[in-house]
Design a binder for this molecule. Structure first.
Ligand code: NG6
Ligand code: CA
Length: 512
């Protein structure tokens, strides 16, 4: 049992000393911790980050009572590697198997590897994961038993409770998995999943486009395999008709489960990792949000996300635990407008700038790839402010360990730093540098941003995003040139060399 690996530092770890408003030390229960991880929501997608084109009052409410960060980063510009780093405290680029995972991928985080969920569990917390998973399930790719108990699973990496989508909305299997079993499965209609070959007799997007009544893939964009609910997806699937999710209800289903988890857990400290499907493709928000943003499904899905946030806040408030709950709200990577479905996101974008003031987007080495919204709120302990500290999601693991007064087991969270002070708005600086991964590595110290050269196109026609790929080294001065327009690598060879050394030194640590 890997939990015996953990050494609890000190005693009484479920009780913390907190300073009450009048300055006396009082004993109170450790804070609950709720991570709200959005999917593909950009820095500029929230009104608290300056957007005038969308109204996200509930996200803004958290920002007003917490620390709102302007220079917070994910480790990678896509979901699987980004989430891997958040949950394990290790740079995903150290492992070759952390690219965007298929829906039948085997579990990327193995049971013996410590996770942030283990950390909370060891500290006496009840732990839950609800929503998008996208880090693989079961032992080996393609071998899961979708009709039985899927093992290993999230119980083996620290989560007491799980209610998840295996991968993404656009990847089969399109079902919820609760505590390692498919929800609502009819044993007489077993599920088969393949990412290799289609199932005889099952219509596909590419052969039966007339069946794509809800959303069609955008031109040349793939997403043309299994058809579920009038939308074609990535991967092949057969059976499980009764278990299929309804796309417009995903937001409601997972939010409801998150609220239930809070209601059932409020007597003990709990850790909830709530990962929304919004605003990943296919974007099919509930009808009550349809048409509300004026930006089509992408904007409407942003409003649905904001609603989910309101429900979490409401549940915490109703249970009387809002003040003593540390809420982290962030996103897994930067924004993308057309990510493969003809959902009018491009046509209806208008003046909205999901990437905020930054260049690039999802998949990109430019700042918008990994510079994401981040709000940390904890009414009892955090004073509202805007922080320009340089912070990375890889640091949550070690920072939460510090919060819980836990010692990390040897080898756990190797890239994670204790940045609790920065995350609570008490340190203005944060990290020396952050590493950003998208095809090649980039590094930023908050002023200087270096992107390592790589082959490949600098522009993705598929997504209309500047990838940041270039055969030349790139250096930008973010203090003068936030939009990374002027490559000043040639004029600053020493700076380039210093940044290259950071990357080389970090890479060398993989061999330790
Ligand atoms: C891409 C998909 C995209 C999205 C992405 C993963 C195509 C053409 N594009 O391969 O739609 O699913 O993978 O997104 O199929 S992520 O946010 O989960 O990393
Ligand atoms: Ca994502």
């Amino acid at each position: 049992m890997k939990h015996t690996l953990f050494q609890i530092a000190g005693i009484g770890t479920t009780m913390l000393l907190a300073t009450a408003a009048h300055g006396q030390k009082t004993t109170q229960q450790s804070p609950n911790v709720v991570f709200i991880l959005a999917d593909d929501i950009g820095y500029g997608d929230f009104s608290c980050n300056g957007s005038k084109t969308i109204h996200t009052p509930n996200v803004d409410r958290l920002a007003k009572q917490g620390v709102r960060f302007t220079d917070a980063h994910t480790v990678a510009s896509t979901s699987t590697p980004s989430r891997y780093s958040l949950l394990t405290g290790e740079y995903s680029w150290r492992r070759p198997d952390t690219g965007v995972a298929a829906g039948d991928a085997g579990m990327i985080i193995r049971p013996e590897q410590p996770t942030m969920a283990d950390l909370f569990q060891t500290a006496g917390y009840k732990t839950g994961v609800i929503g998008k998973w996208h880090l693989g399930l079961g032992d080996k790719t393609g071998t899961q038993n979708w009709n039985g108990y899927i093992t290993p699973g999230l119980k083996d990496i620290g989560f007491d409770y799980s209610y998840i989508m295996a991968a993404t909305g656009d990847r089969v299997p399109c079902v919820f998995v609760e505590n390692q079993r498919v929800v609502n499965l009819d044993p007489n209609d077993p599920i088969s999943v393949s990412y290799k070959k289609p199932f005889a007799g099952e219509p596909l997007g590419k052969t039966h486009p007339e069946l794509l009544t809800v959303q069609k893939p955008s031109l040349n964009h793939g997403h043309n395999q299994a058809i579920v609910n009038g939308i074609s997806r990535i991967g092949y699937m057969k059976g499980g008709k009764q278990a299929l999710w309804k796309d417009e209800n995903i937001g409601d289903s997972i939010t409801h489960k998150a609220v239930q988890f809070i209601e059932n857990s409020s007597a003990e400290p709990f850790f909830l990792y709530f990962a929304t499907n919004d605003v990943h493709v296919p974007r099919v928000p509930h009808p009550r949000f349809v048409g509300k943003s004026g930006m089509g499904p992408r904007g409407d899905a942003l409003l649905e996300f904001d609603w989910s946030v309101s429900e979490i806040i409401r549940a915490l408030e109703e249970k009387g635990v809002l003040e003593n709950t540390l809420i982290v709200l962030t996103s897994d990577n930067g924004p993308v407008v057309d990510d493969g479905y003809a959902d009018q996101a491009v046509q209806l974008l208008g003046e909205h700038r999901p990437w905020g003031p930054f260049r690039g987007g999802k998949y990109s080495s430019f700042e918008a790839g990994t510079r994401v919204p981040l709000i940390v709120s904890w009414a009892d302990e955090i004073k509202p402010k805007v922080s320009n500290a340089l912070v990375s999601q890889v640091d949550f693991y070690a920072s939460m360990a510090a919060l819980l007064k836990q010692t990390l087991p040897t080898g756990a969270a190797p890239d994670s730093q204790n940045q609790l002070k920065a995350l609570m708005g008490k340190d203005k600086k944060g990290r020396e540098y952050v590493m950003e991964h998208a095809g090649s590595l980039a590094v930023s110290d908050g002023t200087w941003k270096y992107i390592a050269p790589r082959n490949g196109s600098g522009y993705s026609k598929l997504t209309n995003i500047e990838t940041g790929a270039s055969k030349e080294p790139q250096l930008y001065n973010l203090k003068k040139d936030l939009g990374e327009q002027k490559n000043i690598a040639k004029e600053n060879p020493k700076k380039v060399a210093a940044m290259q050394k950071i990357i080389a030194d970090e890479k060398a640590k993989s061999k330790r």
